[in-house]
Design a protein around this ligand. Structure first.
Ligand code: PHE
Ligand code: ZN
Length: 854
């Protein structure tokens, strides 16, 4: 059954207040919901409930006979309610056997909840929709073996119940929808700190973790304080309660969840220090802590009217966390990494059977719409509008948005309207970005003239499975020119007087021409287009390789320097995959210049050496033989490793010094990876010894460099890493991942062994992703084996996973639906595997994904 955005109807009752009473026992949990209602419409009022046993229903104290319960498929459908009334339900749920990890469930001995998007209905009967916001008072009761009884808001009261039970009463003064409810019951350790807000409110910051882990919370705590400060400085937004809690849980479907005042995190995004987490992991912890904290305003204080509007909170909050990370670190490096993710995850999705606009028009299972499109492309759309309005204009817009909509559930249109109204600008053209799927292509061609150049820009949106309109969109194009001497050339746009280094054009029609006149004596100049990736499009230009090399070594825009290197590397890999010979020396020379450029950060240098991933290559050459692409990519790594042998040797020589800072570590591990790919004995020895390093960036870097190597060092390194970390569940996820990604050792038999390992837990999404997810994404020769063995193996595993955890099964099935990327024989094999999945699928989640593909 499909739900349509156009079918939205407001709820027929307001919920004035909600009382929740949760009483936990070993073999069941009782949940009473008490709702004070005010009728505002005539439709039946639905209290959702799923997999619940109802014990009692009363209206204004009058208990209804079981025969009169208005049970519907989705819950209780209340009709003919008085204008004002109190409805009470008492039901039973089973967290102890909940493996879907939605609703209330047990994870590693603690009870916790996950309600977004529709998990609340698995806890108690309630209008489980985001536009029903109310004030919650929550009583939690459990055995005294669980000292912590946590929920949202402020702790009001605690007390004993008999000899062996106790309770806590929480009140959250801020109205919220059910998806932001949370409770946690467990025996946890606490790391505490404080933050004083700009207006002087003292906020207690509490991070709860499994016993013995508080020493790993420092980075998350510091990240939280930096986020709170940044949101005050950048958006004028302060925290609004006296307590902010984070709880780390080991079983979690996603990264983290922004429940009001009680964020719940996948423990891998809380517990991290330099000995257990890489620099990249630490940055991810920081950005996720920030993301969830930022939701307090963009998501919680102002929330979504319905789930079609998900990008309202997610696109905006991703944009905010990206800007935060850019401010904490380096803007150009951050942009390159955000765009890498967009290209590797969102572009392929936009060209796949599950393509959808950032605001979908229909869905069967909303869980399937927590996607790179809603999140990352959504953030790009916000970024374009922010760029269009400028920093101050965007801030005026968000100020008005919070002023107008605080405490309400609104739509994406409301957000765009606030931006427009605050600036007295017409933003209507941007609506197209919300309703059209597909990655537009931006084509740029040149016509040289005596005094400058004319650029012809054209845009086209491809047809997608979503079948949405394909009208021209507003595409901001930031560009400049680089002269033969490597310096920026000032140009003026025909019709304008000022000559500048950089221009921002807005292409809002299918095609347009722009004539640029260079300053006198400027000579030939190379256009540097779409600087900073000013729009989420596929750029097709007419630059020759030597012009790209010129930009790679000279562009004043760091993003475009990085991107020129990416384009050159992509071209080289595609040629190699097509059996052509490639002269690697010019590219290597470009890298040498970058490596030798003292003005560049080591992080940036490392980023340019990180070759485009398989997903990006597949998209550039579909349909393709993925194994040929994988080998060609390895081939380019090897050739570059040979060409840069002396730079690699110098890095190994300077290893001690480079290992002292994050940039040095990134560059060292990148160069060692090239050396190992080239089969260089010194590099292999260096990688092997790095594995034993105390710093995880160095250690994992050494291991990662070795996993595709035939050298005996590979197995020894994996074994050594295993032996060192076997007692550390989170670090072992890295080991599982490296084992299954290895194109040498990661056979199907090996996967079976890994899943028998005592550190593996078939109910833990992180562990499933570390073995099976990593195999699909990272072990191209294994997953895409020409005999189809990888596909059919995964099909059977996904059917098993679906029985326990539909959300994870549906998500992990996505690579199987990207058939159009591959050659015909593989398409047929994938289709057969999808048919196996379809036959075994139990959940709507998995069926929706597979049906779209078949
Ligand atoms: N809303 C969460 C976030 O983006 C993601 C999430 C969705 C977590 C669904 C759990 C379940 O921060
Ligand atoms: Zn989010």
């Amino acid at each position: 059954m499909l739900k349509y955005r156009a079918d939205y109807r407001p709820a027929s009752c307001k919920v004035i207040s909600a009382g929740l009473d949760i009483s936990i026992f070993d073999d069941r949990t009782f949940v009473t919901t008490t709702l004070e209602l005010e009728r505002i419409g005539d439709d039946p009022f639905l209290l959702n409930g799923r997999e619940l046993t109802l014990h009692e229903l009363s209206i204004d104290g009058r208990v209804l006979d079981e025969a009169d319960w208005p049970v519907s498929e989705a819950g209780l459908s209340l009709e003919g309610l008085p204008a004002k009334c109190v409805v009470r339900t008492r039901a039973e749920c089973h967290p102890e056997s909940n493996t879907a990890l939605e609703g209330l469930y047990l994870s590693g001995g603690m009870y916790c909840t996950q309600c977004e998007p529709e998990g609340f209905r698995r806890i108690g009967f309630f209008p489980d929709r985001p536009d029903v916001m109310t004030v919650f008072t929550v009583r939690i009761e459990a055995g005294r073996q669980f000292p912590q009884l946590l929920s949202n808001g402020n702790l009001v009261e605690t007390g004993e119940v008999g000899d062996d039970r106790h309770y806590a009463l929480w009140h959250d003064p801020h109205p919220k929808p059910s998806y932001l409810f949370a409770c946690v019951v467990g025996d946890l350790d606490l790391a505490a700190d404080k933050f004083t807000t700009a207006s002087g409110r003292e906020v207690d910051l509490h991070i709860y973790v499994e016993t013995g882990n508080t020493h790993l919370t420092g980075h998350a705590m510091e990240s939280l304080k930096r986020s709170m400060k940044w949101d005050e400085d950048t958006y004028g937004l302060e925290y609004d309660l006296d307590l902010f809690q984070i709880v780390a849980v080991s079983h979690f479907n996603m990264g983290a969840m922004e429940n009001k005042g009680l964020n719940i995190f996948n423990s891998k995004f809380v517990l991290a220090d330099p000995s257990t987490a890489t620099d990249e992991d630490l940055d991810r912890v920081e950005s996720i802590v920030a993301h969830e904290y930022f939701h307090n305003w963009t998501g919680n204080r102002v929330t979504c009217r319905d789930w079609f509007q998900l990008t309202l909170k997610e696109g905006l909050t991703v944009y905010r966390d990206q800007c935060f990370s850019a401010d904490m670190h380096d803007e150009g490096v951050q942009r390159a990494s955000d765009v890498s993710l967009l290209r590797a995850a969102q572009f392929p999705e936009d060209a796949s059977p599950t393509a959808h606009p950032i605001r979908p028009e229909s869905y069967r299972e909303i869980n399937n719409f927590y996607t790179p499109t809603v999140y990352e492309k959504g953030a790009e759309v916000i970024r374009m509008m922010a760029g269009y309005l400028g920093r101050d204009g965007f801030r005026r817009g968000t100020d008005l948005y919070f002023e107008r909509h605080d405490g309400n559930a609104v739509t994406c249109d409301d957000f765009v309207a606030a931006l427009a109204d605050a600036n007295d600008r017409d933003m209507s053209a941007f609506h197209g970005w919300y309703s059209q799927a597909g990655t537009p292509t931006l084509s740029v061609s040149r016509r040289a003239e005596a005094d400058g150049v004319t650029l012809s820009l054209a845009q086209a949106t491809p047809e997608t499975a979503a079948g949405t309109p394909r009208e021209p969109l507003p595409v901001p194009v930031r560009l400049g020119f680089i002269g033969a001497d490597g310096q920026p050339v000032r140009t003026h746009l025909d019709g304008e007087n000022d000559a500048r280094d950089e221009h921002v054009l807005l292409l809002d029609s299918a095609a347009a021409e722009f004539r640029f006149v260079g300053e006198a004596g400027s000579g030939p100049m190379t256009p540097s287009v779409l600087r900073g990736f000013s729009a989420p499009v596929r750029l097709v230009d007419d630059l020759a390789d030597d012009e790209r090399l010129h930009l790679m070594t000279h562009d004043s825009d760091l993003f475009n320097r990085w991107d020129a290197a990416q384009m050159l590397a992509t071209g080289a890999i595609l040629s190699l995959a097509g059996g052509e010979a490639v002269a690697v020396e010019p590219l290597a020379a470009g890298y040498r210049r970058i490596l030798g450029d003292a003005a560049l950060l080591d992080e940036f240098k490392a980023g340019t050496l990180r070759l485009p991933g398989i997903a990006v290559l597949e998209a550039a050459r579909a349909p393709a033989d993925p194994v040929a692409l994988f080998s060609a990519r390895r081939g380019l790594l090897a050739s570059l490793g040979r060409a840069l042998a002396s730079e690699i040797a110098a890095a190994i020589e300077a290893r001690g010094q480079m290992a002292g800072h994050a940039g040095g570590r990134a560059l060292l591990t990148q160069l060692v990876e090239l050396g190992v790919a080239a089969g260089d004995a010194d590099a292999i020895a260096a990688a092997a010894s790095m594995v034993a390093d105390r710093n995880m960036t160095i250690s994992q870097g050494g291991l990662k460099a070795l996993i595709h190597s035939e050298d005996a060092a590979r197995e020894q390194a994996l074994q050594a890493f295993h032996d060192r970390w076997q007692a550390d569940s989170l670090v072992m996820e890295k080991w599982f991942q490296m084992e299954s990604m290895s194109s040498v050792g990661g056979t199907l038999d090996r996967l079976e062994e890994l899943m028998q390992h005592p550190g593996f837990d078939p109910k833990n999404p992180n562990k499933i992703r570390a073995v099976l997810g990593a195999f699909m994404i990272g072990n191209t020769p294994g997953f895409h084996a020409a005999d189809g063995s990888g596909y059919s193996y995964m099909a059977n595993r996904l059917v098993e996973i679906d029985k326990r955890n539909p959300q994870i099964a549906a998500r992990m099935a996505l690579p199987m639906t990207r058939m159009a990327n591959y050659d015909q024989p593989r398409q047929d094999l994938m289709r057969a595997a999808l048919a196996t999945i379809r036959a075994g699928a139990a959940s709507n989640d998995l069926k929706e994904v597979v049906d779209k593909a078949l």
